[in-house]
Design a protein around this ligand. Structure first.
Ligand code: CP
Ligand code: NVA
Length: 339
């Protein structure tokens, strides 16, 4: 397996074997880290991280991961560079590609990360766009493998805003790796038909199945994994809130939903999550809409605090795995097998 100079901008570009390879490399790097075994094998390299949107996990995973690999790191935030304001993405790519050995991008448009990839001449990694969040999926699948020992045949249920970056990317990942993916959401929050059809085609080869339903009990029955994400994603206007709350309050992941799944079910979330009143946005939404929608009164939205804090919840193991998997992506795409 040689992934040198490959971009990582959607899992659609990666085969099952390649994803498997990255997951195994992640597990190895995690083990090395736990053993205190140094792996500064890219100490002659530097990476740049371009963030148009906020981040805790992705930014820190890239920074800590790059440092563990011995690399230098530059972070450019939403106001820190000329990109998009005085310089096109294409020109930015051609500049940064001459200074850095790898580029991470988190932003709005998938076509921006594609433009970087087409013009930089060094690997470009998608740290989230409106459409996809592929590095997250590797962390999620590593976590499932750690919990169950395998991916093929896992009953994976995503509940909530299924037509967003997370819903899209989890469906692609499941199709590639042979999981049984069920999206549970109101019909107008299902992914685009084209993407569903593409995934169904991929699924034919892997043994995966791709199903959508608006029936939360049917969709979570026998689930090995119940996964959810925020109801409104970064970059969405505030005026979608009321509509989305109305649509998704019935789909809040609560104990009844977990009890409906297999006894061994695990709860997953890419984070950050609204599960209590200790966030500014959660409090604001609870104050504004809590009277009309009592279920969100305590700042709990996509998941109740009870489920989030339960022993079924693996969200912090999943968050840690962001670093091990991102490190594997950087290492695999920057260094060939013969080096
Ligand atoms: N899951 C995730 O991407 O988290 P951040 O927004 O904190 O990077
Ligand atoms: N769908 C979320 C994912 C955050 C990691 C967002 O885009 O805000």
């Amino acid at each position: 397996m040689d992934l040198k100079l490959r971009n990582f901008i959607t899992l659609l570009d990666y085969s099952q074997d390649e994803i498997d390879y990255l997951l195994n490399l992640s597990a190895k790097l995690k083990n090395d880290k736990y053993l205190g075994k140094e792996h500064k094998v890219l100490s002659d390299k530097n990476v740049v991280l371009l963030f148009q949107k906020d981040s805790t996990r992705t930014r820190c995973a890239f920074e800590a991961g790059a440092q563990d690999l011995g690399m230098g790191v530059t972070y450019l935030g939403p106001s820190g560079s000329q990109m998009n304001k005085k310089e096109s993405v294409k020109d930015t790519a051609r500049v940064l590609g001459r200074m850095y050995d790898g580029i991470e991008f988190r932003g709005y448009k998938q076509r921006d990360v594609e433009a970087l990839a087409d013009n930089a001449g060094v690997p470009v990694w998608n740290g989230l766009t409106d459409q996809y969040h592929p590095t997250q999926i590797l962390a999620d699948f590593l976590t499932i493998k750690e919990k169950y020992g395998y991916l093929k045949g896992i009953n994976f249920t995503f509940v909530g805003d299924a037509r967003n970056n997370m819903g899209n990317s989890l469906m692609i990942g499941a199709a590639k790796m042979g999981l049984h993916f069920t999206g549970v959401a109101p019909k107008d929050l299902w992914p685009e038909a084209d993407l569903i059809n593409t995934c169904k085609e991929i699924a034919k080869e892997s043994g995966a199945t791709i199903t959508f339903t608006d029936d939360k009990m049917a969709g979570t029955k026998d689930a090995d994994v119940i996964y959810t994400d925020v109801w409104f994603s970064m970059g969405e206007p505030d005026d979608v809130r009321i509509k989305r709350i109305k649509q998704l309050v019935p789909y809040q992941v609560d104990k009844a939903l977990l009890d409906n799944a297999k006894q061994t079910v695990i709860f997953m979330h890419c984070l950050p999550a609204f599960h209590d009143k200790y966030t500014d946005v959660g409090r604001d939404i609870a104050e504004t809409y809590g009277t009309a929608f009592p279920k969100i009164k305590a700042g709990e939205m996509e998941v109740t605090d009870e489920v989030f804090e339960s022993d079924k919840s693996v969200v912090f193991q999943e968050a840690e795995n962001r670093m091990h998997t991102i490190k594997a992506i950087m290492l695999a795409t920057m260094r060939g097998n013969d080096e």
